[in-house]
Design a protein around this ligand. Structure first.
Ligand code: GLU
Length: 380
């Protein structure tokens, strides 16, 4: 159709994705009437995960359901729970949830890893880096992380509160290129389709405008916490991090395969690539925590797009921790680049001018070969 842009993305972003985060809502996992795990359905989801894995993709599951699954076992009533009741239910439900994933993924020879996060794990840099490194190590070894909020310790003021946002944060943390929210609704409508018969379905969102934001009514389910508003907030986080973001119905069997094959869903387009988004964030640092001064060889390597190795650094200034943004400067004090440093100032001081192979002996632990990896570096 000349002159007209298609309003479904082609090709489907899921087909091209390398790293996919799939969020599974409570209402899908747990049968509302019996409070039991919807096992037959979960088997089909797991088969879809295996399918993606066999295509060479890395898959992370963000799964709700702990509270919904645990409450029956503690004899808690239907309806809203007090904070400590939902935390107790989560403690009982999470172990069952993790076990179900383990059993089903193991049948396909996939390792499952339980990761429970709190809000600080994505907001505080040190913890963010640790969580990111753990997830990368798991993915590199072919495991499937199953993530949930650490409900038993997260208190009201410091919680994600809903797993839609948690999924987007995780995607941002691991530079995923695709997030899929499996939900009780099949996508975004111009109005709440439960109330308004004229509500129109929106297959593709190119930009999250105020009109799009206004479309977030509440979802019909009372099991999970996320309504459409939280989904749009999650979409905003994900697209800014360079992720394709998809809202689709989770209830049909093989819900991910359905999306892959072009089933009805709303796709939000990313506003930058994951690396570009990260670099934007680095470039936007107002006040670098320190300075690494480099020799001419390192300066040339940087402008050729290489990482910064300890060997080319001649001096370290300022106080910084691993994960802080520092300024990289030439011998005459010109800023060449900014980047996220992989070592604290005191560790950096001990390894500068030395070869990367010497790092374990110098520091007593094996860190990264680079002081600043090129993905974490922006030329000035
Ligand atoms: N973390 C909660 C649970 O596992 C779910 C939060 C949500 O539904 O978004 O029950």
């Amino acid at each position: 159709m000349p002159g007209k842009t298609p309003n479904t993305p082609t090709p489907n972003p899921l087909q091209r994705a390398r790293r996919v985060v799939i969020k599974v809502g409570s209402a899908l996992l747990v049968d509302a009437a019996s409070g039991r795990l919807n096992r037959a359905w979960l088997e089909t989801l797991v088969a879809d995960v295996v399918r993606l894995h066999r295509q060479g993709k890395e898959v992370v599951l963000v799964s709700s359901g702990a509270i919904a699954l645990g409450r029956r076992h503690l004899g808690l009533p239907k309806g809203p729970l007090r904070l400590e009741e939902s935390q107790a239910a989560a403690a009982v439900g999470q172990i069952r949830l993790a076990h179900a994933y383990k059993e089903l993924l193991e049948q396909w020879d996939l390792q499952v890893a339980q990761v429970l996060l709190t809000l600080e794990d994505s907001e505080q840099r040190q913890r963010y880096l640790n969580a990111r490194a753990t997830l990368s190590a798991l993915l590199a070894r072919g495991a499937v992380p199953v993530i949930n909020e650490n409900d038993t310790v997260a208190t009201a003021e410091i919680r994600y509160g809903d797993n839609d946002r948690l999924a987007a944060r995780v995607a941002q943390m691991i530079s995923a290129d695709c997030v899929i929210l499996l939900s009780d609704i099949d996508g975004l409508y111009t109005a709440d389709p439960h109330r308004d018969p004229n509500a129109e379905f929106i297959p593709l969102v190119r930009e999250i405008t105020p009109e799009i934001e206004a479309m977030g009514g509440e979802s019909a389910s009372d099991m999970g916490r996320g309504g459409m508003t939280t989904k749009i907030i999650a979409a905003r986080i994900a697209v800014a991090a360079g992720c394709h973001f998809c809202i689709a119905a989770g209830a049909p069997r093989h819900p991910v395969r359905r999306i892959e094959q072009g089933g009805r869903s709303t796709w939000f387009r990313p506003s930058a690539s994951p690396v570009a988004a990260r670099k934007q964030w680095i470039a936007g640092t107002l006040k670098p925590a320190g300075v690494l001064r480099v020799d001419d060889g390192a300066a040339r390597a940087l402008s050729a797009g290489k990482s910064l190795l300890p060997a080319g650094v001649t001096a370290v200034q300022g106080r910084f921790e691993r994960g802080d943004t520092v300024s990289v400067q030439s011998a005459d004090g010109r800023e060449l680049a900014r980047g996220i440093v992989a070592y604290s100032d005191s560790d950096a001081l001990r390894i500068i001018g030395r070869r990367s192979e010497e790092i374990p002996a110098l520091l007593g632990f094996a860190g990264r070969d680079e002081l600043i990896h090129r993905d974490d570096l922006v030329l000035s």
